[in-house]
Design a protein around this ligand. Structure first.
Ligand SMILES: [Zn+2]
Length: 286
């Protein structure tokens, strides 16, 4: 069977190299807002991180987790779990700062403060801090301060981590947390179900925009958050990728796609503004 598949692939590669390329589906998993969102209890945070890391291991995923610097103190046990498993940590500023709200120098100071906290974690693991993700995906594109921050990032050897698949998981999570708090079992199941539907739609949207702008399915980068709902359903999310023919790659590998500039941004600027925030149907209670 394997030989037959190999023969068919060789034939396709020989005669239709573009078609084989088109069949390639690859995605990098990125997880923002470490150590955790909307979760105050430390044991809860630890367990959720553990669960997510076990699922990443199950699918042999090397992900990148973006850390909020001011949440690092007291959480070294959580971050050690990430680093011991060979997962990557990136900078997400010190205070989850919004570039739309501050000037460039205030923002840069926040990046430096974030780096200070994260580098303390990395020091024992022979790792360096190389990725940056803009909180709220507010990149200041085409603005003077945006250019200034980009220049700063470049000078300090950061690569910007863009996003191509954005399922707005944080919104589903905020409903999920409410339903979890009031122990509404049916509601929780309903939210998980519509969240998984949204994941599927987001992947389809990303592929369609990718074909439209690049004439092929580029190496995709999904944005998820370290939250309760992903703690529950990440296994199903990753399984859906596998069922759809995706393999998991590192952020570094994804950024080797010519669709991204050496600084890590998509070469076609308009693509960075999508997908628009979807009209999400409010979950039906009970
Ligand atoms: Zn964030």
């Amino acid at each position: 069977m394997r030989i037959r598949v190999f023969t068919i692939l060789s034939f396709l590669l020989l005669w239709f190299p573009g078609s084989v390329l088109a069949l390639t589906r690859q995605v990098a998993i990125t997880i923002d807002d470490l150590p955790a969102v909307l979760m105050s209890n430390h044991q809860d945070q630890l367990k959720t991180n553990q669960r997510i890391l076990e699922v990443l291991d199950k699918y042999q995923v090397k992900a990148t987790g973006f850390v909020i610097g001011n949440k690092v103190p007291g959480k070294s046990d959580i971050f050690e779990l990430w680093l011991k498993r060979g997962q990557e940590l990136g900078n997400h500023t010190y205070s989850h700062m919004d570039l739309d709200q501050v000037d460039a120098s205030t923002y840069e100071t926040d990046i430096i403060k974030g780096a200070f906290e994260i580098e303390k974690l990395l020091s024992g693991y022979d790792k360096s801090l190389r990725y940056f993700r803009f909180p709220y995906l507010h990149t200041g594109r085409n603005t003077e301060k945006g250019n200034q921050v980009r220049e700063y990032l470049k000078e300090n050897c950061y690569t910007i981590a863009p996003v191509t698949i954005n399922p707005y998981d944080w919104e589903y999570n905020s409903w999920y947390v409410k339903a979890w708090g009031s122990n509404q079992k049916n509601q929780k199941e309903h939210i998980k179900k519509i969240y998984l539907e949204r994941i599927k739609t987001s992947i389809a949207e990303a592929e369609s925009v990718s074909w439209e702008h690049y004439g092929r399915n580029i190496k995709q980068i999904i944005l998820l958050h370290l939250n309760r709902i992903n703690g529950e359903v990440l296994d199903q999310v990753l399984d859906y990728f596998v069922q759809s023919g995706y393999s998991f790659i590192t952020l570094e590998d994804a950024l080797s796609d010519p669709a991204y500039s050496p600084e890590g941004e998509l070469t076609k600027p308009q693509i960075f503004t999508w997908p628009a925030k979807p009209e999400i149907m409010l979950p039906i209670s009970r």
